[in-house]
Design a binder for this molecule. Structure first.
Ligand SMILES: *Cc1c(COP(=O)(O)O)cnc(C)c1O
Length: 393
């Protein structure tokens, strides 16, 4: 995944994952089978929802939820500019308009007051993201959505396992979506999952992921000629299915979720201890009402006043020392495709822009050794001092 000696992220795969994948390969059933159902049950149980629908990626999950809710051209969806690009892209896929609102500088999540101000008669949903797993404001988003009678869509791709004010991430909204790319808390290689309590939306998504086929009861057999439904397509669907091989990885990883969250917390705590006294750095802030914090990545930021160029040199310096570091996240509205398609420029969302040009994602994975954390912290301090020195010249 990375040639760096200490990578930015690393999946945690054990014998359990290997055994379950092998079980699938030996079973001969490689798609639409029992592993998917097991994986779905484990995620639904964890989130306390009645439905979980596995799919091929987090992006596919977001796309299906928007289609399933009937959102399309002419509709507006309020979202954050400080996220991975997929959360806004899903809105463009259905022909709707993403309406960005600026973020709060401590949680890095969309500012609820600005969401409320951005609501118009065309607003058809709020698509909120737990930035780096941080759940702050999700209860407020829920209230705003209820008050205006529009759905809250939760892009929880960075927050599997997080619990805030007693509610698991993914279950605040009408639907929540998780992603299982190898840098997430759990991975299936590629994969995603929609969770919801809405029967109709769940059925729509099950049909959409499977080429618009009717949902013929759970576990309908692929290609079964007796059912007569395999080549019957009720709506414009997609092939967004998850294979049994991916689902097997998901089952094993879900069984280990508590362990993985604990290991990631240990790493985060060690970073905090190690970096707390560095005056040039702002560390992540987690609300005390977050009873389980499931860390996606560990992102620090340089104090106000440091420029993007200085931040980029710190990242380059870390990489020079074989340390994987990333610029999570460049603002979505400043990505070339969004500038071109929607006419955004610098200054549109000043807080998101100011934060985003100073953030540094540090190597972060379960089981990261204390020695590696110390090397990263030491090198980071060194690179910052180097910037401070060159400022004085
Ligand atoms: C990872 C991620 C996604 C997309 O997940 P994929 O499985 O890679 O498609 C969507 N939104 C956010 C916020 C993410 O971090």
């Amino acid at each position: 995944m990375s040639h760096h000696e200490i990578p930015l992220s690393k999946p945690d795969i054990t014998k359990l994952e290997e055994d379950l994948v092998l079980e699938v390969l030996q079973s001969g059933r490689l798609s639409i089978g029992p592993m998917q159902e097991r994986f779905e049950s484990l995620v639904a149980e964890r989130c306390g929802t009645t439905h979980a629908i596995a799919c091929s990626s987090g992006t596919a999950g977001l796309h299906m939820v928007l289609v399933g809710l009937g959102i399309g051209p002419g509709d507006e969806v309020i979202t954050t500019p400080f996220s991975f690009i997929a959360s806004a892209n899903a809105i463009l896929y259905v022909g709707a308009t993403p309406v960005f609102v600026d973020i709060c500088p401590s949680s890095l999540n969309a500012n609820p007051e600005l969401i409320e101000k951005a609501i118009t008669p065309r607003t058809k949903a709020i698509l909120a993201v737990e930035a780096f797993g941080n759940p702050t404001y999700f209860d407020e988003y829920q209230k705003i959505a209820a008050k205006h009678e529009i759905p809250l869509i939760e892009d929880s791709c960075e927050a599997l396992g997080t619990v805030y004010k007693g509610t698991p991430a993914g279950s605040f909204g009408r639907a929540g979506v998780f992603g299982f790319y190898p840098n997430k808390q759990i991975t299936t290689g590629e994969g995603g999952m929609i969770v919801t309590n809405d029967d109709r939306l769940a059925n729509a998504c099950r049909s959409l992921r499977n080429q618009g086929r009717a949902v013929a009861g759970r576990g309908a057999i692929a290609g079964g000629s007796t059912s007569g439904s395999w080549l019957h397509h009720e709506r414009l669907g997609f092939n967004y299915r998850m294979s049994e091989i991916n689902a097997a990885l998901g089952v094993a990883q879900m069984q280990r979720l508590d362990e993985l969250i604990q290991l990631r917390n240990d790493t985060a705590n060690r970073y905090v201890e190690r970096l707390l006294d560095v005056p040039e750095l702002t560390l992540p802030t987690i609300d005390s009402e977050c009873s389980v914090m499931s860390w996606f990545v560990f992102v620090v930021r340089l104090a106000a006043g440091y420029t993007r160029e200085e931040r980029d040199r710190v990242i380059a310096g870390l990489r020079m020392h074989e340390i994987g570091a990333g610029d999570y996240f460049p603002c979505i509205h400043l990505q070339p495709i969004y500038q071109r398609a929607m006419g955004f420029g610098e200054g549109s969302y000043p807080i998101a822009e100011s934060v985003s040009q100073r953030t540094i994602a540090l190597p972060f994975f379960s089981g990261m050794s204390l020695r590696d954390i110390d090397i990263v912290a030491q090198t980071l301090e060194l690179m910052i001092s180097r910037e401070n020195l060159s400022r004085r010249d």
